[in-house]
Design a protein around this ligand. Structure first.
Ligand code: PMP
Length: 361
């Protein structure tokens, strides 16, 4: 026995279960469980990654100036107010480290992304789960849940795993209605998939209590390299800059991300592919008796009649080499989250769900 104990909250964290990439015995299995881009990163990003490998003995840039400059240029934002992290996961972690500790509350929504809870607990803060309205963020419920102890409110818009989103007017109402000691974090991991949506950047410009997080893991197909960025008011960015280690992003990641963000043609192709096959897949599953809410992300939340039916369908999909995500851990036990793949994968999923449903009820 030892008396070595972790900080309060740490043992309340449920270990994150990463999805498998393979099904034993099946050669052409396809992973549709992590909302990755089925088309992969742009050739320019891969090329930049390879070139960066010539200089691996050098430390990377510590201020990320080139990547921040490229993001600023492409999205029309002030690079001085951008801060880069190892995926948006790390930004969520920085935000909790900087703003939430023992005695503080961190609000997230009922089916919100799991990292909010993990990071709150890891910093000794108390995660507070707020109900949604039919799988959609409920602004009034969030405003009603705020207390003197609330420090952060996280909402993902669009949300993972529901795929739903609230309009910019609702987000603005939330930002304006929060007590002035609360920081609103708009997680825009899927923002690029939404036509004409800036992820909340204009709200960041207009207010002092909003920060936006974004990622290169989804539309840009660089999940393996771990790159995300935050855009916020000066006072927030200067706080996060103090928490961030000087070399938190590798030189290869920085180079690939810069090339990726500049390759707007590739991003547009990926976005179009997603829009097209997401609609097709949702309709095909609906025809097989499996409904889903309109998703704005690169995945669909397929709703089954019961948990047992969802799990049996998951088993069938696996036997067909299709790896999707169970979301019971997100309080959605009768659902499966299915990443929108390329055409062939979407057709395989629709076919397999059809086979399953033909015998299920
Ligand atoms: N936020 C949301 C809503 C997500 O779905 C994810 C990834 N699943 C992340 C943040 C984290 O993404 P990353 O760390 O790869 O940027």
């Amino acid at each position: 026995m030892s008396n070595i104990t972790p900080q309060p909250g740490i043992l309340d964290i449920t270990l994150y279960q990463g999805g498998a990439a393979h099904v034993p015995g099946i050669a052409n299995a396809v992973k549709l469980s992590s909302n990755e881009n089925p088309f992969g990163p742009s050739e320019a990003a891969k090329d930049a990654f390879r070139k960066a490998s010539y200089h691996l003995h050098r430390y990377p840039s510590s201020d990320h100036a080139e990547l921040r400059g490229a993001i600023g240029e492409i999205f029309g934002l002030d690079p001085a107010r951008i801060l880069c992290g190892a995926g948006s996961d790390e930004l969520i972690s920085f935000l909790c480290q900087a703003y939430a500790g023992p005695g503080d509350e961190v609000i997230h929504t009922e089916h919100g992304f799991g990292m909010y809870r993990i990071s709150a607990l890891a910093n000794g803060a108390t995660p507070v789960e707020v109900p949604e309205r039919e799988r959609v963020t409920d602004v009034d419920a969030i405003l009603g849940a705020c207390t003197d102890a609330t420090k952060l409110v996280f909402i993902a818009n669009p949300n993972n795993p529901t795929g739903t989103m609230i309009g910019e007017g609702e987000v603005a109402r939330l930002a304006a209605g929060l007590p002035d000691h609360v920081l609103l974090v708009l997680d825009g991991a899927y923002a690029e998939y939404v036509d004409g949506y800036d992820g909340g950047a204009s709200l960041v410009e207009a207010r002092q209590n909003v920060v936006m997080t974004r990622t290169f893991s989804k539309l840009y197909g660089l999940g393996g390299l771990r790159i995300g960025w935050a855009y916020g008011p000066d006072h927030v960015i200067s706080v996060l800059a103090r928490v961030r280690g000087p070399f938190n992003l590798s030189s290869a990641a920085l180079a690939a991300a810069e090339a990726a963000v500049r390759d707007t043609d590739w991003a547009e192709k990926c976005r179009e592919g997603n829009t097209r096959w997401r609609a097709w897949l949702a309709e095909a599953l609906g025809e097989h008796g499996v409904p889903s809410d309109t998703s704005l992300g690169n995945f669909i939340l397929a709703r089954f009649a019961t948990r047992a039916e969802a799990e049996a369908c998951d088993e069938h999909l696996k036997s067909e080499g299709l790896i999707v995500r169970r979301v019971a851990g997100y309080n959605l036990p009768n659902c499966l989250r299915i990443t929108v793949g390329d055409e062939a994968s979407c057709r395989r999923v629709a076919h397999a769900v059809g086979q399953f449903m033909a015998t299920a009820r």
